[in-house]
Write a protein that binds this ligand. Structure first.
Ligand code: ATP
Ligand code: MG
Length: 436
């Protein structure tokens, strides 16, 4: 008969057993009658003080309709007893992270509220490409990970990578189950069963699930724990209305940095002496980067690797809107470039929305009323509104008031570039758009 080691695993097994027994509305005595064990022994197992046998795990699985979770927990421990059962998958926080105090406080307050009320927490951070959603989430998750003794699960869902497809939720679930010590052969085949086993394993644990760069609500929904004590935090370029409606997710919209935060970011990468010695140039540089962390970071790295280059010179070079996207690119790492980041959003637009985006890029300052946009796009007002809304829902356009929109400077430069490309492509009879 296989025995489970006395460790975290025994405690998890006990918590899972208690959860399933209560879910079925059974007392310890009733379950004891069904599996022919004594209530006292079952109570010790539930409290993590005794180790279950595999036979008992299977019996309980059957009687409690636990979908193999209990046997998987017992089986994985017996095959390969883990030293501990606490995934800690979070990547390191951004070096030189600055600012975002208000958002960090908002996240803390949401967590405190969920702890007080005993309700599960789901938070979605959404905003434009490169605005710092992932950096903020990873920073916060690192700060609060100690409050989650069950551990932290993390996955980059690749929802907006310029050169990769979004990860399938069923694959993420398989990895999460294995991280939770389910032995690979016990991972069920289909998505629904994997999701059910995942939720069952998390029941009774305090676990933080961190889902980065989600494509949409559909990708995320099966990965949400949904039980009290657990929390999920998600980033996406898309407004995740689906999980807000279905899972009651709280939303933290993230916008560009303040001018002060932008200068602090430059200080963190370039060094305060150099930046503060040219404070006016630093502010101008930050404006040219539209206070967008990704742009600021690229500009800062450029300066850091050129110690004799003045901030004023780079700010001057960035004066030319057309050349900005060339300057805000990293020759070593094509992913660290604004074009690559913007392409990840542009690529997923349907052809009409993509066309609208390109044409809006031709507007001289990017501040548009819907009626002006309708003129530029050459479509009726109602139809134009829907197109503008679809661009705003993926943060390629900002809604600034009723029927009013703004296309941020760097995005406008990108849209104008794509418009030029498209004309050249049509002229040359090229087969289709490419990443740049
Ligand atoms: N608060 C911050 N302090 C310092 N650097 C930051 C901060 N926020 C973001 N950055 C830097 O800016 C860049 C973009 O940030 P991040 O990847 O978090 O953006 P994102 O919004 O998740 O982008 P995407 O939409 O492409 O996923 C990264 O290099 C990151 O390190
Ligand atoms: Mg991100």
């Amino acid at each position: 008969m296989q025995q489970v080691n006395m460790d975290d695993h025994t405690v998890s097994f006990g918590a899972a057993l208690r959860h399933h027994r209560r879910q079925q509305g059974l007392s310890l005595r009733q379950l004891a009658g069904l599996v022919a064990y004594s209530p006292g022994w079952l109570s010790k197992i539930e409290n993590g003080m005794s180790t279950p046998t595999m036979q008992l795990a299977r019996l309980c699985d059957r009687e409690l309709a636990a979908e193999g979770v209990l046997a998987a927990l017992a089986g994985s421990a017996a095959d390969d007893p883990p030293p501990r059962l606490r995934p800690a998958q979070l990547p390191p926080s951004t070096a030189g992270f600055v600012g975002r105090e208000r958002e960090l406080e908002d996240l803390d307050a949401l967590l405190a509220h969920s702890t007080e009320t005993g309700l599960p927490l789901t938070v979605a951070i959404d905003g434009p490409a490169g605005v710092g959603k992932s950096a903020l989430m990873i920073r916060w998750a690192g700060q609060v990970s100690g409050s989650f003794p069950g551990g932290v699960l993390y996955r980059d869902l690749r929802g907006s990578s310029p050169d990769a497809e979004p990860v399938r939720p069923t694959d993420v679930l398989a990895d999460f189950l294995i991280a939770l010590r389910v032995c690979p052969p016990a991972v069920p085949a289909d998505l629904e069963q994997r999701a059910a086993m995942f939720r069952s394993l998390l029941a009774g644990l305090r676990m933080l699930v961190v889902l980065d760069n989600a494509a949409d609500s559909r990708q995320v929904t099966p990965l949400l724990p949904g039980t009290a004590g657990c929390a999920a935090v998600v980033t996406s370029r898309r407004r995740l209305t689906g999980i807000a409606v279905r899972a009651g997710a709280s939303k933290i919209p993230l916008g560009p940095m303040s001018p002060a935060e932008s200068v602090a970011l430059l200080c963190a990468v370039v060094g305060p002496d150099r930046v503060l010695a040219e404070a006016d140039a630093a502010r101008k540089l930050a404006r040219h980067c539209a206070h967008l962390p990704l742009a600021l970071r690229i500009a800062a790295e450029r300066l850091a690797t050129r110690p004799h280059r003045s901030l004023a010179l780079l700010a001057e070079e960035l004066d030319d809107e057309k050349g900005r996207l060339d300057l805000l690119a990293d020759a070593d790492d094509p992913h660290l470039a604004l074009r690559a980041a913007f392409f990840g959003s542009y690529r997923d637009l349907d052809p009409e929305a993509a066309r609208a985006f390109r044409l809006l890029g031709l507007h001289p300052d990017g501040r548009l009323e819907a009626s002006v946009a309708a003129g530029l796009i050459g479509r009726p007002l109602g139809h134009t509104r829907r197109l503008l809304e679809s661009l705003a829902s993926v943060h390629l356009l900002e809604e600034t008031g009723p029927d009013r929109y703004r296309l941020a400077t760097l995005l406008r430069a990108y849209a104008a570039e794509r418009a030029g490309d498209e004309e050249a492509r049509v002229g040359a009879d090229d087969p289709g758009p490419t990443a740049r």
